[in-house]
Structures are given as structure tokens and as C-alpha cells.
Design a protein around this ligand. Structure first.
Ligand code: CP
Length: 348
């Protein structure tokens, strides 16, 4: 069976995303009933991080525990990885020999691609900060399906991503980029709202428009937060500055604040049912005003919790079929034979 990685949203079809959503929903339902399925019993996930994380780290780690497995937190600076003595290829091959899957968060998407190239176990991207955050994008889609009115389908969603939508220059719009690319496969209406200097990269716009042609969705760009706000079901944003770009805070505030802030004034022009999203961590009072952050339209905390259910769904989707395939090879007699052999050696 082919090992697949979850590092690029472009690699999967709408049908596959719908399957993943069903797995996530089923596991969340079971969890809410107090049922934890040990589907990944005794499996190990190596988690490499060279940047801080709360949601990604905890959701993968708690997710593995809830599925009966184990996760190892590997702060990259405490590994040999990336040093002259140990390349990404070496690390991928060594970890593949010891773990059943690898998760990695790092600056560069190329590093993640290189790791996946040599890994013989599934690799999950925990974010490449300049480029892509696929687990977040799937989580956000799942969250929207939970808050959709009963008479609406995914294709009916009108989603606006406001703020930093670009991955070029000093911009850090990787979450917007990933969500736009994933959602364009799902047939939603995606509104990219940003100042000129933080508009989505032309390559991403072209990709989304091409995908929308196939999926029946609509891609809209605007510099004016008020232009489409009365049609929006979900409005999302991300940190304007972040770990590694704190020195840009003043520049970012000058670019985005207050025009691209989600505040009460903007929401007063929206549908009363609009939901406000932020993948967090966020700069409170800037991307979202305090009153909206803590207000009735905010789904920030359930959205964050859904990282756990999403990670569990992804771990099962990518790891369980491989585990079952290996288990098929195990015959009862073989297990008994090996147990007997080992016992003969150690039980004296
Ligand atoms: N949204 C997100 O990835 O959060 P962390 O940086 O805390 O993992």
C-alpha cells in the first residue's frame, strides 16, 4: 500500500476531503460520548518543531494518546537534524525506522517536501510558516460544516478571509493561501479581502480560479471589507505579525489597522448569524477587537478545539489503513512462534 503524506492541500480531491471530514466527525461524536477508539494502539508519531506551537503540538500529541498511540515531541534544535552531520534525508530515514508517522513544523515548505521524499511513513505538515498550513485549513472547513445552517451545503458557504492574504515579501498569509486553495476545490464562494500590498499572490489567485471553474465555486478579491460583508457566512483572519516577524509589528499595524480589523462596526453590516474565525494565536485588539473576540459571533475556541478532532481524523485516515495492511500479514502461528523464540531467550 502506498504511503501518503498530508503536506500540500493540492494533493487531494474534493471527494477525499469529504471522506476526511466524515472520519473527523465520527471520531468527534465518539469522543463526545466518552468513546475512545484505540485505532492506533502502540503506534508512534515523531513530532518535529523548530517553532513554538500550542494547538498543533497539543492536538497531535493528545490525539495520538486518545487513539491508543504515543507522540514524541522533538524540538528540532535538540536533534541532529539539519546539521552537517545529519541531513533531512538521514533524519527522514532514521525516524521512519523508529516511528510510524512524522509530523513537522518548520519555516520552509521545501524542508517538509524533502522530509516526505525520503520518509517511508506518512508525514503531516504542522505548518510551514511562510507557505502552508493544511491541518488548519481542513480544521476550519470542518468547523464551518458544524456551524452551517441545516438547509445549507458546503457549496453554499460564503467565506471571507480578511487581512494578510499574501505570502510574498514581509507578508505571512500562509493560512489564507492554504484555505483558498483547499476551499476552491470544495465549490464555496471565497472572498479574499486585503490591502493592495497584502493581496493574494497572482499564482495562488490563478490556481483558485482554475479550481473554482471545476468545482462551481466563486473567487472574489476586494480591498474593501464592506463591499461583500452583508453576504458573508464566515469571516476569518490570522495574525498580522507572529513569531519571527515581531519586528514588523509597527509596519503591520500601519498597513492593516483599523480598516482590516474585524470589529463591531464591520459586523453591524453583516448577517446577524455571521461567524468569526481566527486560527490563533492572534494579536487581540488588532486582527479582531476584544468585544468581537469574546462576543456571540466568535467561534474561536470551538475552532481551536477542532484541531484535536481534525488531527485525530487525519492520523486515522493516513495511518490506520497501513496498520491494517501490516496486520493482515500477521498469522496467529507467527505471533506464537516469535513469542516462543523470545521467551526461550529471556525467560531463564
Ligand atoms: N493555529 C496554530 O497552528 O496554532 P499553534 O501555532 O499554537 O500550533
Amino acid at each position: 500500500m502506498q504511503v501518503r503524506h498530508f503536506i500540500e492541500t493540492d494533493d487531494f480531491t474534493k471527494e477525499e476531503y469529504l471522506e476526511m471530514l466524515k472520519v473527523i466527525k465520527t471520531l468527534k461524536e465518539a469522543e463526545y460520548k466518552g468513546i475512545r477508539l484505540p485505532l492506533l494502539k502502540d503506534q508512534s508519531l515523531g513530532m518535529m518543531f523548530d517553532q513554538p506551537s500550542t494547538r498543533t503540538r497539543v492536538s497531535f500529541e493528545a490525539g495520538m494518546t486518545q487513539l491508543g498511540g504515543h507522540a514524541l515531541y522533538l524540538e528540532t534544535k535538540t536533534l541532529h537534524c539539519g546539521e552537517d552531520r545529519e541531513t533531512i534525508k538521514d533524519t527522514a530515514e532514521v525516524l521512519s525506522g523508529m516511528c510510524d508517522a512524522i509530523e513537522i513544523r518548520t519555516e520552509s515548505q521545501d524542508t517538509i517536501i524533502e522530509l516526505a521524499k525520503w520518509a517511508t511513513v506518512p508525514v503531516f505538515s504542522g505548518m510551514s510558516s511562510k507557505c502552508m498550513h493544511p491541518t488548519q485549513a481542513l480544521c476550519d472547513l470542518f468547523t464551518m460544516t458544524e456551524y452551517l445552517p441545516a438547509d445549507k451545503k458546503i457549496e453554499d458557504i460564503v467565506y471571507m478571509f480578511i487581512g494578510d492574504n499574501s505570502v510574498l515579501g514581509d507578508n505571512i498569509g500562509g493560512v489564507c493561501r492554504t484555505e483558498a486553495r483547499l476551499l476552491s476545490k470544495m465549490g464555496v464562494t471565497f472572498i479574499s479581502c486585503a490591502p493592495k500590498e497584502a493581496e493574494m499572490a497572482p499564482e495562488d489567485v490563478a490556481y483558485c480560479k482554475a479550481e473554482m471553474e471545476k468545482s462551481g465555486g466563486k473567487f472574489i478579491q476586494t480591498n474593501d471589507p464592506y463591499e461583500y460583508i452583508d453576504q458573508v457566512d464566515f469571516i476569518a483572519t490570522d495574525a498580522w505579525w507572529y513569531h519571527g516577524s515581531d519586528h514588523l509589528k509597527d509596519k503591520k499595524i500601519a498597513t492593516f489597522f483599523p480598516k482590516y480589523s474585524i470589529n463591531a462596526e464591520l459586523l453591524s453590516k453583516a448577517k446577524p448569524s455571521i461567524k468569526v474565525m481566527h486560527n490563533l494565536p492572534g494579536n487581540r485588539g488588532y486582527e479582531i477587537s476584544d468585544e468581537v473576540w469574546d462576543g456571540p459571533n466568535s467561534i474561536l475556541i470551538p475552532q481551536a478545539e477542532n484541531r484535536l478532532h481534525t488531527e485525530k481524523g487525519l492520523l486515522v485516515y493516513f495511518m490506520y489503513p497501513l496498520l491494517k495492511e501490516k496486520e493482515k500479514l500477521h498469522k496467529e502461528e507467527e505471533i506464537a512462534k516469535y513469542t516462543k523464540e523470545v521467551e526461550a531467550l529471556v525467560l531463564k
